[in-house]
Design a protein around this ligand. Structure first.
Ligand code: ADP
Ligand code: MG
Length: 467
């Protein structure tokens, strides 16, 4: 290129020196046209300087000769050259425009693709149910998504630029060690741990921690994806509880039956001994008899557990059933001047359930209420339709109420606060309710009273609620 263009320039210069005519100077334009095609800046400048030096030299040496040699043909030549330059630049402009259009189009499609990809990414991050947070290398939060705000309870403004207590104090060392490892490029998947919400509530979460790299492969930030799995942990706990109940039931089945038989024998002998007027140990045998009665009571409660659940279900009217149970407690309530009412606001109080179980359930609950109230206490039973499928039975008393601790343990087997309690009543009630596909909910305040709400399905589903 250089040789061709500089060579052509020198050739024109040589022509001008050997034949110094005005028309020959016009040929100096040719190397410029050629170099315009290749468009190399250094070559253009070199050519310009060279031409300037040459034309100055020619002008100084042949000034007179030039003006005397101008002819009319030279003007034609100027005109043709001008037309030539115009047409060449026109063609070049057309070509450039076509290329430019192509480039712009390509850039636009690339830009579109990029922005739509970014849009999808943004939409995904904003609408996913998983909490996402990005941390800088100092462990301050750089960005969070709406799910994070909802799950942890901190607003985006409170998060950004800050280090927040997202985990319980005892996990601090563990968290620090892990973030150090993530900053070194390691990842952690599906960690099941406990995190803390803004209001202090502890929740079970599944965490995924990842480093974020730049193009050079350096870690520039870290990301956290958290999923709330409290419901899963709760379900596991309930399944475990159901499993425990089942085992307790199976054990009870074996033991209770075995004990019952020798007990019947002992009991009948003791009764006989008690009936004997000359029995010198009557005082003791009387105690033996009451104690035996108590053992029998405990065994009966055990046997409820042991029975295969929900066998024969029939249509029951809860209003009638509960009123019948109340009659059982009539003498005791009269003695202690306890007022009890059964209030049915249910248009239809019929359920499909096992009668014996239902009786056992309301005996257990009413017995607890009677034991909880002082003399002249008040017990109210309210039956109402929650909707077409569920009936609520609420038993409210103004008794001693339960402390936080009692509330937490009330369904545990053998948990009792009473001197002569068995600690089985509530557990059995819960089992009966579960077997019928219902739910139990307790609200209680110390020295104010207790309200126990039992929700039963009108037609039971076969599976217990947590199975
Ligand atoms: P028990 O009646 O033999 O103690 P339960 O399983 O029936 O066993 O009840 C467990 C405990 O729950 C009771 O000891 C009592 O502390 C508490 N409780 C149950 N129902 C009530 C109630 N209505 N009011 C106050 N405490 C109650
Ligand atoms: Mg009880």
């Amino acid at each position: 290129m250089w040789i061709m263009i500089i060579g052509s320039n020198l050739a024109v210069f040589h022509l001008n020196v050997t034949a110094p005519l005005f028309v020959h100077t016009l040929f100096f334009i040719v190397p410029f046209i050629l170099s315009g095609i290749y468009n190399i800046p250094r070559l253009n400048i070199t050519l310009l300087c060279l031409t300037l030096v040459e034309s100055t030299y020619l002008y100084l040496s042949y000034k007179e000769t030039y003006f005397s040699t101008i002819q009319i043909y030279d003007l034609y030549a100027v005109f043709i050259l001008f037309a030539y330059i115009v047409s060449i630049s026109f063609v070049k402009a057309l070509i450039t425009r076509a290329t430019w259009n192509g480039i712009t189009k390509e850039r636009d499609t690339m830009e579109n693709r990029y922005t739509s990809k970014q849009n999808f990414l943004r939409l995904f991050i904003e609408h996913t149910n998983d909490a996402i947070a990005i941390f800088d290398l100092d462990d301050s939060i750089m960005e969070v998504n709406p799910a994070f705000e909802k799950m942890y309870g901190w607003s985006r403004e409170e998060c950004i630029g800050n280090k927040l207590p997202l985990y319980p104090e005892y996990r601090r060392e563990d968290v620090r060690r892990r973030s150090r490892m993530v900053r070194k490029g390691e990842s952690f998947q599906m960690l099941e741990v406990k995190d803390v919400k803004r209001d202090g509530t502890v929740m079970d979460v599944q965490l995924t921690l990842n480093p974020i790299f730049n193009e050079k492969g350096d870690v520039i930030a870290t990301s956290l994806i958290a999923r709330d799995i409290s419901f899963k942990v709760e379900k596991e706990r309930l399944t475990l509880e159901a499993e425990k109940l089942k085992v307790a039931g199976e054990m009870a089945a074996g033991v209770a039956h075995e004990i019952r038989n020798p007990m019947t024998v002992i009991s009948s002998f003791v009764q006989m001994m008690n009936a004997e007027r000359h029995n010198p140990y009557r005082e003791y045998t009387a105690v033996v008899e009451t104690e035996l009665k108590r053992i029998d009571e405990i065994l009966s409660e055990y046997l409820v557990l042991a029975k295969p659940s929900a066998t024969i279900k029939s249509d029951l009217n809860l209003h009638k059933l509960i009123s019948d149970v109340m009659i059982l407690f009539g003498p005791e309530m009269n003695n202690r001047k306890i007022t009890a009412t059964v209030d049915s606001v249910a248009a239809c109080a019929e359920v499909v359930a096992e009668e014996k179980m239902m009786k056992q359930l309301f005996i257990n609950l009413l017995k607890n209420s009677i034991e909880a109230v002082e003399n002249a206490g008040i017990i109210q039973v309210k039956i109402e339709n929650q909707n077409d499928h569920f009936i609520d039975i609420t038993i409210t008393d103004n008794g001693v109420g339960m402390s936080e601790e009692v509330l937490n343990k009330v369904f545990e087997p053998f948990y009792t606060t009473k001197e002569a309690g068995t600690g089985l009543g509530m557990m059995i009630s819960q089992k009966i309710i579960n077997d019928h596909g219902g739910k139990i909910h307790i609200e209680s305040e110390m020295d104010v009273g207790t309200s126990i709400k039992v929700t039963l399905p009108v037609v039971p589903t076969n599976s217990p609620v947590y199975a």
